[in-house]
Design a protein around this ligand. Sequence first.
Ligand SMILES: NC(=O)c1ccc[n+]([C@@H]2O[C@H](COP(=O)([O-])OP(=O)(O)OC[C@H]3O[C@@H](n4cnc5c(N)ncnc54)[C@H](OP(=O)(O)O)[C@@H]3O)[C@@H](O)[C@H]2O)c1
Length: 375
Amino acid sequence: METNNNQNNTQEPIKVSIVGASGYTGGELLRLLLMHPKVKVMQATSERNAKKLIKTVHPNLRHLRPIKFTSINDLVACDLLFLCLPHKTTMEKISQLKQLAPKIIDLSGDFRLKTKEDYQKWYEHEHTNPELLNQFVYGIPELHKEDMKNANYISSAGCNATCTILGLYPLIKAGVIDLKLPIIAESKCGSSEGGNKFSLASHHPERTGCVRSYKPTRHRHTAEMLQELSIPIDNPNNAPEDNGAEQKPNIHFSATSIQMIRGILTTSHVFLKPELNLTELDIWKIYRSTYKDQPFIRFVNDRSGIYRMPEPKILTATNFCDIGFQKDPQSNRLVVISAIDNLMKGAAGQAVQGMNIMMNFEETLGLEFPGLHPI
Ligand SMILES: NC(=O)c1ccc[n+]([C@@H]2O[C@H](COP(=O)([O-])OP(=O)(O)OC[C@H]3O[C@@H](n4cnc5c(N)ncnc54)[C@H](OP(=O)(O)O)[C@@H]3O)[C@@H](O)[C@H]2O)c1
């Protein structure tokens, strides 16, 4: 576990507010931040529930400090703002919100992509604040921790993107995947990914028991995967001349809704470079060396029992990403399995991890919950 020698040990808690706190990610942030020893939650916004107590929307928080929702128009200055608004709404309001806090962590998709062209291509409308895109650090700490330490703005990563990227990153960084061949990834997703707005698709008779292919192609999180995994080879075991080569992985992603409230299980199929003759042990070494200082990555490599591969069920309410894999003995195909809780490592948990890094707190503070079993 990484330790930070320069930790912020001031006694005064930082003042944070949550914009869009009546939604699922906002509720999860309230749960984490109301218990966080170095944070004081000042305001939580909801237009539909303004003046109501947060427990009316988030009944699990009944015993905690009785904060009332306020309107976004009544926000006052604070140290750090968490934004849990729908994409497009965030960029419409960012100029106003920026005036209220020196630090922002945005959970929407509006500031994750680095160019306005990519945003237009994947979100199918124009970005109205493109000059801010390069001011946000992409919020997967396992990839960008150093940049996050000095950041004022973090754009927390998409949930499916987080799960897929964390599974693939060590292999691409090490340069062991044959990138002439496509990488195929598929996520099975819980219903809370869609937020708390009702629709016919979320109506109980329509959603319950479904195995619904809701985005076979063109899922927006694909753009984040392409952006974050287009990285040069950086492998300490390579000769220096083999490092630094640019790579552009050809990632194809699909998403399927299944009977689950929280959780994502991503199955990624990659083909290893045949000339490297890698064994499973070689691959474990790559994963372990890449993530050796990352407190929220766990490897699942059991030879027996029923939990031999990552499973989102036992990650419920935790900030872990569990990763496992199996190499096909008949070919160079490697099947990587990664799992997270979409509202935690895929949203609020990762945002709090980002805050801890940004504010120089212990990275794991307020996120130590190990999960439940059985559940
Ligand atoms: N759900 C996930 O698994 C997940 C994971 C990662 C990232 N995200 C992203 O995080 C953001 C929030 O997601 P969510 O699932 O929490 O959504 P949600 O449950 O639908 O909540 C949306 C929140 O935004 C507020 N809001 C909506 N339109 C607004 C407006 N025009 N002005 C002011 N407030 C407005 C809502 O407040 P009212 O009470 O006033 O309606 C509500 O508090 C989205 O951008 C989403 O893509 C979601």
